[in-house]
Design a protein around this ligand. Structure first.
Ligand SMILES: *[C@@H]1O[C@H](CO)[C@@H](O)[C@H](O)[C@H]1NC(C)=O
Ligand SMILES: *[C@@H]1O[C@H](CO)[C@@H](O)[C@H](O)[C@H]1NC(C)=O
Ligand SMILES: *[C@@H]1O[C@H](CO)[C@@H](O)[C@H](O)[C@H]1NC(C)=O
Ligand SMILES: *[C@@H]1O[C@H](CO)[C@@H](O)[C@H](O)[C@H]1NC(C)=O
Ligand SMILES: *[C@@H]1O[C@H](CO)[C@@H](O)[C@H](O)[C@H]1NC(C)=O
Length: 259
């Protein structure tokens, strides 16, 4: 299960300080390590320097330096990738002697993963609303095909007035105007992975009668207009009332002043 990448014959003949990477699991002849999500990878860099001077090893993850503990630098150095995550795809690990950066060796992670289709979804949609069914099909290696089934038979796009879109990352089956007789059904999105077989997601679509939506915003606008008009009406009347009241006061006061 181990594999050592030998540097070129040229290095072997011309240089004495050559560097090798041992990996678990093994890399192929192009330096690719085949792995999956959540797995662990162990990389050990070694060199055959005869002296203890200048034997410090350096690791790069892509182009960034990997920080190494003291005691994991000299003569031999080990790095672990655990667990392997999606971001590790195509990551290049490079090792060299600090004293000679031109003598380097690399491995690349080849992370495979299935399309993430395992769950199921229940959807309730109103008559005449739009319906969108989405399946994430991103995988490595890429899925070779995606099939949509309706009640057990392949979806007839024309008959069901569906639109099908696939951008390589997701496959979307949609319709703009739901009709119970056409669209209430059990749907299955099936993606075929060359490595992991067929993965499916089930959608149960339930079409309900159209409900008359309460026209909330027009209602609020109407109420505001009515309120404003009444306030204005009261305000203008208020001035009259006040005017009348003050006139009355005046006329009332007259007899008093006379008294
Ligand atoms: C990897 O591990 C995570 C968390 O433990 C889990 O949710 C996920 O399903 C695993 N993925 C695979 C491909 O095994
Ligand atoms: C560094 O390594 C290269 C390639 O292996 C070799 O040609 C060169 O002589 C080395 N330089 C030193 C200073 O060891
Ligand atoms: C990565 O692994 C997949 C699955 O085995 C394979 O098809 C693909 O060719 C590999 N890629 C490289 C660059 O080696
Ligand atoms: C799918 O099957 C269900 C249950 O048998 C049925 O009620 C529904 O009308 C069918 N949908 C279509 C579009 O044929
Ligand atoms: C659809 O939803 C309605 C209301 O929630 C429910 O009464 C009915 O049983 C559901 N029908 C199906 C086929 O799930």
């Amino acid at each position: 299960n181990r594999f050592i990448i030998f540097p070129s014959v040229y290095n072997f003949l011309m240089c004495c300080l050559w560097v090798t990477i041992e990996s678990i699991p093994a890399a192929n002849s192009e330096g690719y390590i085949l792995t999956e999500l959540n797995k662990t990878i162990s990389l050990t860099c070694k060199h055959d320097a005869t002296s203890d001077i200048d034997n410090e090893l350096v690791w790069l993850r892509n182009d960034a330096l990997v920080s190494l503990n003291e005691g994991n630098k000299n003569g031999q150095s080990r790095v672990c990738i655990s667990p392997v995550i999606l971001e590790d795809r195509e990551t290049i690990f490079t090792c060299y002697l600090r004293s000679n950066a031109s003598n380097r060796v690399s491995v690349v992670l080849n992370v495979t993963y299935p399309p993430p289709l395992t769950d199921s979804e229940e959807i309730t949609v109103e008559e005449e609303a739009s319906l969108i069914l989405n399946c994430v099909i991103e995988a490595y290696p890429p899925v070779s095909s995606v099939v949509w089934m309706l009640n057990g038979t392949e979806v007839d796009l024309k008959e069901g007035r569906f639109t099908l879109a696939n951008n390589g990352l997701s496959s979307t089956l949609s319709t703009e105007k739901v009709q119970q007789s056409l669209h209430e059904a059990t749907y299955i999105c099936a993606a075929v992975s060359p490595l992991y077989g067929t993965k499916t997601k089930v959608f149960t679509v339930n079409v309900t009668d159209k409900t008359l939506k309460f026209p909330l915003y027009p209602m609020i606008a109407g109420i505001v207009v009515v309120c404003l008009t009444s306030i204005l009406a009261v305000a203008s009347r208020w001035r009259k009332i006040v005017k009348v009241a003050s006139t009355n006061t005046h006329t009332l006061r007259c007899p008093y002043s006379r008294n």
